[in-house]
Design a protein around this ligand. Structure first.
Ligand code: ZN
Length: 107
């Protein structure tokens, strides 16, 4: 029997100053319209909770989930924030119209 390993959750980069936020929550401004999607994220530097539009976020998809992350510039302190993005976050961001950059070139 190959049971394999136990089901693991989101495996992000660890050791980042113990950032409490583990995922980006998404709030839809409209009822069911995908126009105004606002992503909420916490800044690990100034610890501000910021709301970002899709245009303020960038998603970088690497060859593996460990090299997949999203980034944004904190509007409060101006620091460049980079956080690992799990599959769900990738879905949320791409579905919300966030620019996606593929780090690995196909073929
Ligand atoms: Zn900040």
């Amino acid at each position: 029997m190959n049971g394999g390993s136990a089901v693991s959750g989101v495996q992000g980069l660890q050791g980042l100053q113990g950032v409490p936020e583990m995922s980006a929550a998404v709030a839809f401004a409209g009822m069911k319209r995908v126009v105004d999607v606002v992503f909420r994220a916490g800044c690990p530097d100034c610890r501000a909770n910021v709301e970002l539009g899709a245009s303020a976020l960038r998603l970088a998809i690497g060859a593996t989930s460990k090299t997949t992350f999203y980034s944004f510039t904190c509007p409060e302190c101006g620091v460049a924030v980079r956080k690992p993005a799990g599959e769900r976050i990738v879905e949320l961001l791409t579905g919300g119209g966030v620019r996606t950059l593929r780090l690995h070139s196909p073929g």
